[in-house]
Design a protein around this ligand. Structure first.
Ligand code: ADP
Ligand code: NI
Length: 224
């Protein structure tokens, strides 16, 4: 098979996956929309371009599908898993690659810090890209969008920051969007798997710190 033909098949696989994901995620407003998926895919491929480790097709498909089975989008965990499994069944891709994609998706979620360990370089890259989308300017916007949707305050000094939490507490506990920075977002820089991911995270992390400083200045009514 020549390169052009192979490229055509790959493009078809990606287009079919994009179409499925767009359709499945079009209604979500908690920061898990199609644009989040598209940013994660782009960032993951950007990391791959620099690191040049792993299979870029696996990385792209896993990035596109990484939130499809998310518990928040389905009534049960099983229903989410079934969505992913039945879609993968229709893809003309080797079983081993489908297995790899599923494994990446199962291992990358943060879920309050109780995460599984990473088992492949592809998973490392997709996880970094997903985490990068939770920090920096976009991360800040997503935190407040999520908080608004959940009806939690932007900030309430009487709600203390939780040191550790179960998955259940992460989803349902009493928090504020500002607390979420301390409970998750400011911890992500140290959790990057790849050198490139860490470099991108440094800048985004610094921006969040600046934002928090400004936020407290404004909160306390300090004049410049
Ligand atoms: P993922 O599962 O993709 O890691 P989450 O579902 O945990 O992401 O969260 C989606 C977005 O909402 C992320 O940007 C995350 O930082 C934000 N978020 C999650 N929980 C909270 C919370 N309690 N307060 C504010 N933002 C949150
Ligand atoms: Ni995600």
């Amino acid at each position: 098979m020549n390169g052009k033909k192979a490229g055509g098949l790959v493009e078809q696989l990606i287009a079919k996956t994009e179409e499925f994901v767009k359709q499945e995620m079009s209604t979500d407003s908690t920061g898990h929309d199609w644009f989040h998926i598209d940013r994660v895919r782009k960032t993951a491929l950007e990391i791959w371009e620099i690191e040049k480790v792993g299979d870029p097709l696996i990385i792209e498909l896993a990035a596109l599908l990484h939130d499809i089975s998310d518990e928040k989008l389905h009534s049960t965990k099983e229903e989410g898993e079934e969505k992913l499994t039945s879609f993968l069944k229709q893809l003309s891709l080797e079983e081993s690659k489908k297995h790899q994609i599923k494994e990446i998706i199962e291992t990358i979620s943060f879920k309050g810090g109780n995460n599984h360990s990473i088992t492949s370089v592809e998973a490392a890259i997709v996880q970094d890209a997903d985490r990068l989308d939770a920090i920096g300017a976009i991360g800040i916007a997503r935190a407040f969008a999520y908080g608004g949707k959940k009806g939690q305050p932007i900030y309430d000094p009487s709600i203390s920051v939780r040191k550790s939490m179960t998955n259940e507490e992460y989803r349902k506990g009493n928090s504020s969007s500002i607390n979420h920075f301390y409970e998750k977002l400011l911890k992500l820089k140290e959790k990057m798997n790849t050198t490139t991911g860490r470099e991108i995270a440094e800048r985004r992390h610094a921006f969040m710190e600046d934002f928090l400083n400004e936020f407290y200045n404004d909160w306390n009514g300090k004049r410049q």
